[in-house]
Design a protein around this ligand. Sequence first.
Ligand code: BMA
Length: 332
Amino acid sequence: MQADNSTTIREFSSIPNIPWEERPADSSEVVWRYSANPIIPRNLIPSSNSIFNSAVVPYNGAFAGVFRCDNRKREMNIHRGFSPDGIHWKLEDQPIEWHTGDPELAKFEHRYDPRVTWLEDRYYITWCNGYHGPTIGIGYTFDFEHFYFIENAYLPYNRNGVLFPRKVNGKYLMLSRPSDRGHTPFGDMFMSHSPDLIYWGEHRFVMQPNSGWQSTKIGAGPTPIETSEGWLLFYHGVLTSCNGFVYSFGATLLDLDQPWKVIYRTAPYLLSPQTIYECVGDVPNVAFPCAALYDQPSGRLAIYYGGADTVTALAFCRIDEVVDFIRKNSEL
Ligand code: BMA
């Protein structure tokens, strides 16, 4: 299918300086961890208790991002950051200030788990926004200097709002996971359509928890990536153990023209919390992806994920291998 703005998408998909490390010689993993993880420690900036579940994009030949920083009062907010190589980051100590004409929207409850998506002519940011409970806030920036808050997309309660990087059939698309005010012991993924990124409707069911690592709830991760086999979407899945929730991630391929239709979905996880920085922290046993960089010419992918709600980590894979794995290990 022809992209609405194929030139922009193609240019954006070429990241020759994508962070990268080859799979270790003794590993057969489809997704492997960066050997110097975590790349962002919890105390990178003076105000932070933890920095995790964050999103990055290529920017001006280097990288920029929006980062979930919980501060030392344990308030959740989003900070901007920049990096020459996608690995070593400088983050602003102060949270992003959002321009909005509506004082009602400016009231702060919390902001967390941002995603960032290059769409048409700017970087859109979606996040879990506190407005009488969690919902999905949508904003944008052109330059990572000035940030504009558009609106809340849905009624509360909702989490994990993830935009598609282009219109499909003339409409903007967003994945989300209706939830509750608390720690939500359930959760299916839905997709909504919008003509203008303000009004959202035509809600379609995408998929539900099934078994094992994804038996309690699921939620979209990074911005979906367009491939000839379908939209590649990494998503987190949650298992309820005697010791609480365990967050792993897998991937699915969604139909290119009707992306609420699931073609394949991983039965085994791609990555589950197994290292010390995924198993030990403020919330143990969490690997939570919010961004993936994709260098189309080389097929290399770099996935950014939060470890144990405390630090930010990096993992790598190759698009052909991951697509092949999803197809061969799929249970719908
Ligand atoms: C979810 C979100 C994530 C977090 C996860 C594990 O509900 O709040 O930010 O990583 O729980 O605590």
